[in-house]
Design a protein around this ligand. Structure first.
Ligand code: URA
Length: 428
């Protein structure tokens, strides 16, 4: 077996690493036998020299096998999953999961906490009183068998190697290396053993991967690596140059997700939901189509499935029957300074602002779930002087946030409507 020095020297020269090399690195990250210096050197060499498709496959597999693998498909044939790279106002998972389950397609999502300027699905769902997102494999299976779906937070035993590598990437300027991102996402995503995954890779100012061509490349690599690991996958590259839908912020995203399930959702959110739903159905070999999904929303079965699932994971049933979700009390409006077209929205800045205002005591402090943004305009559309573009809801007046908020919208003499779905990457 090669020493860390020999492995690092090979990658530094741009040579491909073999299965044993990548397994040694991942074992070194998990059991502490590789020092921070050695792991950091690997990350930097991989970020500069790249990892080819075969190496990305091997790294992903080794990272996934560093922890628990649930192999759910052995007991839940046809189980699917969905992954979004995250954005501002992205509540698609909250709508998609009950929709798939109501169509008889089992779905399991292990989801994350907020990261940077994006809020996590788990943090949003915890707005629901009583809902418990701690899932063991057994509890997950039981929940899906009863309701068709389960959503939980990834346990510490899933892909532990990623935790150490991810933290080091953050300190070594290697976060945006595509193969390292692919291995990080898929080592956790595929650990449940889903048979098919649909990816929603966001692009635009509010996305983790703002440049469209890099977002498309990430989507391609995710789909290819899944295929190499026997998981059927496809991806959409969708717009995040403006917030998705009318609301962003924990409580109000749950509010909007429930509206979507009741047939009252904003057009853009429903379009992304239905596109991902039909892609997942196809990947799962199901004949359920777009019209069927629309019917499941209209006839209330998608919403009923959400309630059944949430109650099964502990949610308060009285609350589910009459959810009271409201934004924080101090409303700040941003009005158009002149007539023209909404030409730019600083979406990432809006996300950061929401993240900061909703954790007034810092990232480890308590979450103010009601801090919210209502987005009332749309990029590329005409606006009149004085028209309300957006509203920010804070716990109390705060001039710094109000000033930053008002600086997030630009009006010009023309504007472009960005395509909601920029690219579709089909299963190979
Ligand atoms: N999400 C992850 O889990 N890992 C990355 O590297 C990027 C986003």
């Amino acid at each position: 077996m090669s020493s860390p020095y020999q492995i690092l020297a090979r990658k530094r020269r741009g040579l491909a690493l073999g299965t044993d090399d990548l397994a040694a690195i991942v074992a070194g990250a998990s059991d502490g036998s590789w020092s921070e210096a050695e792991l950091a050197a690997f990350l930097m060499a991989a970020a500069i020299r790249g990892l080819d498709q075969e190496e990305t496959h091997r790294l992903t597999l080794a990272m996934m096998q560093s922890g628990d693998c649930w192999d759910l498909a052995s007991e839940l044939p046809g189980v699917v999953d969905k992954h979004s790279t995250g954005g501002v106002g992205d509540k698609v998972s909250l709508v998609l999961a009950p929709l798939m389950a109501s169509a008889g397609i089992p779905i399991v999502m292990l989801t994350g906490r907020g990261l940077g300027h994006t809020a996590g699905t788990a943090d949003k769902l915890e707005v629901i009183p009583g809902l418990d997102l701690e899932l063991s494999r057994a509890r997950c299976l039981e929940t899906v068998q009863r309701t068709g779906m389960a959503i939980g937070v990834a346990t510490v035993d899933i892909a532990p190697a990623d935790r150490r590598l991810y933290a080091l990437r953050d300190r070594t300027a290697t976060v945006d290396s595509l193969p390292l991102i692919v291995a990080s996402i898929l080592s956790k995503k595929l650990a449940t053993g889903a048979e098919a995954v649909a990816f929603d890779v966001k692009t635009g100012d509010g996305a983790f991967m703002p440049e469209p061509d890099r977002a498309v490349e990430l989507a391609r690599r995710l789909v290819e690596t899944c295929a190499s690991l026997d998981c059927r996958a496809s991806a959409l590259v969708t717009d995040m140059s403006q917030p998705l839908g009318d609301w962003a912020g924990h409580s109000m995203e749950v509010f909007e997700a429930l509206q979507c399930l009741e047939g009252e959702g904003p057009r853009e959110v429903m379009k992304v939901v239905f596109e991902l739903a039909t892609d997942l159905a196809e990947l799962a070999g199901s004949s359920v189509g777009r019209q069927d999904f629309e019917d499941l929303v209209v006839d209330g079965r998608a919403r009923e499935t959400f309630d059944l699932w949430a109650a099964t994971q502990g949610a308060n049933e009285k609350w589910l029957a009459a959810p009271n979700l409201e934004p924080a009390p101090h409303e700040v409006t941003c009005e158009a300074s002149r007539s023209g077209y909404l030409s730019n929205v600083a979406t990432r800045e809006l996300g950061l602002l929401l993240a900061e205002a909703s954790r007034p005591e810092g990232v480890k402090g308590a979450l103010d779930e009601q801090v919210a943004l209502r987005y009332e305009a749309r990029l590329g559309h005409p606006v009149e002087a004085g028209q309300v573009l957006a509203k920010l809801y804070l716990r109390q007046p705060d001039e710094r946030y109000e000033k930053r908020f008002r600086g997030c919208f630009r009006i010009a003499d023309d504007g472009v409507v960005p395509p909601l779905i920029r690219e579709r990457i089909a299963a190979p």
